[in-house]
Design a protein around this ligand. Sequence first.
Ligand code: C2O
Ligand code: CU
Ligand code: CU
Length: 502
Amino acid sequence: MLNRRRVLAIGGVATGGALLWGARESTTAEASNAPAASSSAHHEHHSGGAAAATAEPTSGTGTPPPFTPFSSRLPVPPVLRPVSTTGDTDVYDLPLKHATAEFFPGRPAPVLTFGGGFIGPTIKARAGRRVKVRYVNQLDRAATVHLHGGHVPPGSDGFPMDLIEPGQSRVFDYPNQQQGATLWYHDHTCAKEAEHVYRGLAGFYLIEGQDEAALGLPRGAYDVPIMIRDARFDENGGMIFEPSPMPTTLHTNGRLQPYFPVDSRKYRFRVLNATLHRIIELDLGGLEMLQIASDGGLLPEPLPRKKIMIVPGERVEVVVDFSAQAVGSKLVLKDVYGGADEPVMRFDVVRRAWDASRVPGRLRELPELPPATVVRDVKLSFSASGEEFAINDKTFDPARVDTRIVEGTTEIWRVTNTDPADTPFGPVNHTFHMHLVPFRVLDRDGKPPLPGENGLKDTVLVRPGETVRVQATFRGYKGRYLYHCHLQEHSDIGMMAQMEIV
Ligand code: C2O
Ligand code: CU
Ligand code: CU
């Protein structure tokens, strides 16, 4: 195992890393066939006991400090307060700034933040009510901010070359003329996005739908956003960012394996996979999780699930009912993808509670989907050199428009991953993401979509050799928007393209 990791690390240097980046998500994917794959090795340490230390060597950069699982409480990111409000608009100020975060207690690590917290403050919006955010760049580098899942004018979409220089600020306009959903904002700087997001530049943006409150779903303190991320840490508890297939450790709302005290009642959890490249499969010790929403908001009806796969960029919302759990129970939420067994966090049932919330059998009608008039093929693959990733054999060029779309039309995109399932490091997955509009997943190689893919989506897993058909209506704005793989290491080295709505 150690040898294998060393080989991978050396290989990462020798080949420029591109192949390995593609393979990185596969260290978990492969684990089902090879349970001793590198990612599971990491887990053994964490699940091994109260004072388990991460004893993994990290390619000569030291061993992360020990930490005690479930010793720090899950922070709920603060809700950002508007600096002003008018009849139809809330205005916010949000600085991008350097700060420190304590993944390991007592060991502050430098991070890049929105507003000073390792995960940014939550912006709460309502459908139909406009938000304006003035992003003030107090960093030592240029950055930009994209609202993932946002239906926004092109000038507010955070184009990768449209940077906010240090000391500058920009106002982005979010009209919120869209369905209620769990969105997130994150950096989108050309070729630097993976590192910027990894080091902290991300936060939640929640849009409450028009009729959502009437449904009676858990609200307020019982509606909790959970951002799952990953990192490698050095001996001082600082983050290591280097393109290599090294295994990572999950952290949740900026804490390693936190605990969260809950009442014995229903909660709504909005889970975002903001890792660099890890597919996560959530398992709450077999307890049912009732999926109520995906990327683009509520599903037509709730879907009971025992395990939920969530890929980088995706959101899944669940209602978990702790009412049958005795006070004192502790339930560990784990990632079990591909044979992994890594705690994400723990729910500690601490008191009985009265619960008036409910989950109706019918959540909403999806907007109608007009018939498609255009069909396109979108191929995701290594470029010919193997050093970059490409869409339809082209690596990203901000000066080139790859796809022209007539505003208002509906199209089917056949998105194919032509990369291999059998590299020495496992399968090369991609997660396809489209800006501006949500899509519907029609099928996978002609077979039905995966569970939970029947709602509005903006990010979807495409496995090696697979063709996923999605259908979207490009309505609302004209201008240039991106589509790309949401494994940010892939998009950073070319797996990104531009569409122009005309
Ligand atoms: Cu969350 Cu263009 O991405
Ligand atoms: Cu996006
Ligand atoms: Cu990819």
